[in-house]
Ligand binder design. Structure first.
Ligand SMILES: Nc1ncnc2c1ncn2[C@@H]1O[C@H](COP(=O)(O)OP(=O)(O)OP(=O)(O)O)[C@@H](O)[C@H]1O
Ligand SMILES: [Mg+2]
Length: 323
C-alpha cells in the first residue's frame, strides 16, 4: 500500500501537455507545479482555455502528461494509474450520465466499481441525493432530468465511493443560485465531516473566493498566482478608500491624514472627494475617522471597497476574468 499518511495528497512538478492539431501544436499546460495537503479545498481558477480541464485530466490519469511528474494520493501517476483511480473521485466538466440509464442504478453501478456492496451503495446514494435536493429521482431516467439535476447527479456519482480526494471540474455550471449555494455547503461539509480533499476548477470568482481555502490562478497553461483568497486580494494595491468631504477646503489635510497611514499610496483628489488605497481598509477605518475628526475635517461619506479576485486577475494579466 502506498504511504499517504502525512505528505501532500497531490504533488505535481512540471506537468505539461501538448496537443497535436492539424497545423502544429497547442501547449495546453506549460509546466504546472502543485502541492495540495490532505483536507484542503483548492480552487483552480482561470478563464476559458487556461488549461484547467487538461491539468485535471492528467491528475486523474485520463490523459498522459507530455512531461512532468505527479503523485496523487500516494500513487505515482505513471507507475500506478490504477492506484490513483481507485482512490479518487472525478466529476468531468461534460458529465457522465447517459439518457436511458436510471439514476439510482447508475449510482449503484458506479459504487460497485469500487467494491461497494449494493445495500451500502443504495444507502449512501440516497443520502447524497437528499443532501443535494434530489430526493425522488432514484427511479428516473437520467435523460429526463433537468440540466441542473443531472449536474448534481454527476456529483453524487463522483462522491458515492467516499474518495479521499475529489476532482470537480466546473461543478456548479448550470446550477441556479440556490443549488450552487447548497453544493458549496455540501462540499464544505464533506471536508469537515470526512476530511475529503477537494480540488475544483471554476471560472466563477465568487465561488473560488467563498469556497476555497487556497486558490491557484491559471492562465495560458501556467499558474500565475496562488494563495488564500485573502492573500491574493491583498496583493492588489489594497482596499479602495473613498472619502467625501462637505467642501473642498479640507482636501489637502484629509489627503495628508490618509496618506500618512502605513502602506497607503498617494491620495488622489477629485473635487471634494479623496481616494486612496490602504492595505487593510476596514481595520484602518476607525482610526481614520478619529484622525479626521480630531483635525476638524468635515467628512460626509466614507467607503471602503475590498478588492475582488477579478482585480487580482486584472493586476496579474492585464485582462479581466469577466471578459
Ligand atoms: N484534445 C485536445 N486537442 C487539441 N487541443 C486541446 C485539446 N484539449 C484541450 N485543448 C486546448 O488546450 C487548451 C486548454 O484547454 P482546457 O480544456 O484545459 O481549458 P479549460 O481551462 O478547462 O477551459 P474551460 O474554462 O473552457 O473549460 C485550449 O486551448 C484547448 O483548446
Ligand atoms: Mg475546462
Amino acid at each position: 500500500m502506498p504511504a499517504i499518511a502525512d505528505g501532500p495528497i497531490i504533488e505535481a512538478r512540471g506537468l505539461k501537455r501538448t496537443f497535436k492539431i492539424r497545423k502544429g501544436t497547442v501547449e495546453a499546460v506549460k509546466g504546472i507545479d502543485l502541492t495540495v495537503q490532505p483536507g484542503e479545498i483548492v480552487g483552480f481558477l482561470g478563464p476559458n482555455g487556461a488549461g484547467k480541464t487538461t491539468t485535471l485530466r492528467m491528475l486523474c490519469t485520463l490523459l498522459a502528461p507530455t512531461d512532468g511528474t505527479a503523485t496523487v494520493v500516494g500513487c505515482d501517476l505513471r507507475d500506478d494509474p490504477v492506484g490513483v483511480r481507485r482512490r479518487i473521485g472525478y466529476v468531468a466538466q461534460s458529465g457522465t450520465t447517459t439518457g436511458e440509464a436510471v439514476a439510482g442504478q447508475e449510482i449503484v453501478s458506479q459504487a460497485q466499481l469500487y467494491g461497494i456492496d449494493r445495500k451500502t451503495a443504495t444507502e449512501r446514494g440516497k443520502a447524497l441525493l437528499k443532501s443535494l435536493d434530489l430526493d425522488g429521482i432514484w427511479d428516473r431516467k437520467c435523460g429526463s432530468l433537468s440540466g441542473g439535476q443531472r449536474r448534481r447527479l454527476d456529483i453524487v456519482m463522483g462522491l458515492v465511493h467516499e474518495p479521499k480526494l475529489v476532482f470537480l471540474d466546473e461543478p456548479t455550471t448550470g446550477l441556479d443560485p440556490q443549488a450552487r449555494a447548497n453544493l458549496w455547503h455540501h462540499i464544505r461539509d464533506l471536508r469537515d465531516r470526512l476530511g475529503t480533499t477537494i480540488f475544483l476548477t471554476t471560472h466563477y470568482m465568487d465561488e473560488a473566493d467563498s469556497l476555497s481555502d487556497r486558490i491557484l490562478i491559471v492562465d495560458g497553461g501556467k499558474v500565475v498566482a496562488q494563495g488564500t483568497p485573502q492573500e491574493l486580494k491583498q496583493r492588489v494595491s489594497g482596499d479602495a478608500i473613498t472619502l467625501t468631504l462637505r467642501g473642498r477646503k479640507d482636501t489637502a489635510q484629509a489627503s495628508e491624514i490618509i496618506g500618512g497611514f502605513e502602506g497607503a499610496d498617494t491620495p488622489n483628489v477629485d473635487g471634494n472627494v479623496v481616494r486612496a488605497h490602504l492595505p487593510d481598509g476596514s481595520t484602518a477605518l476607525p482610526q481614520l475617522l478619529r484622525a479626521l475628526d480630531k483635525a476638524g475635517v468635515d467628512a460626509i461619506g466614507l467607503e471602503v471597497a475590498r478588492p475582488t479576485l477579478d482585480d487580482v486577475f486584472l493586476t496579474l494579466t492585464g485582462r479581466s476574468l469577466r471578459d
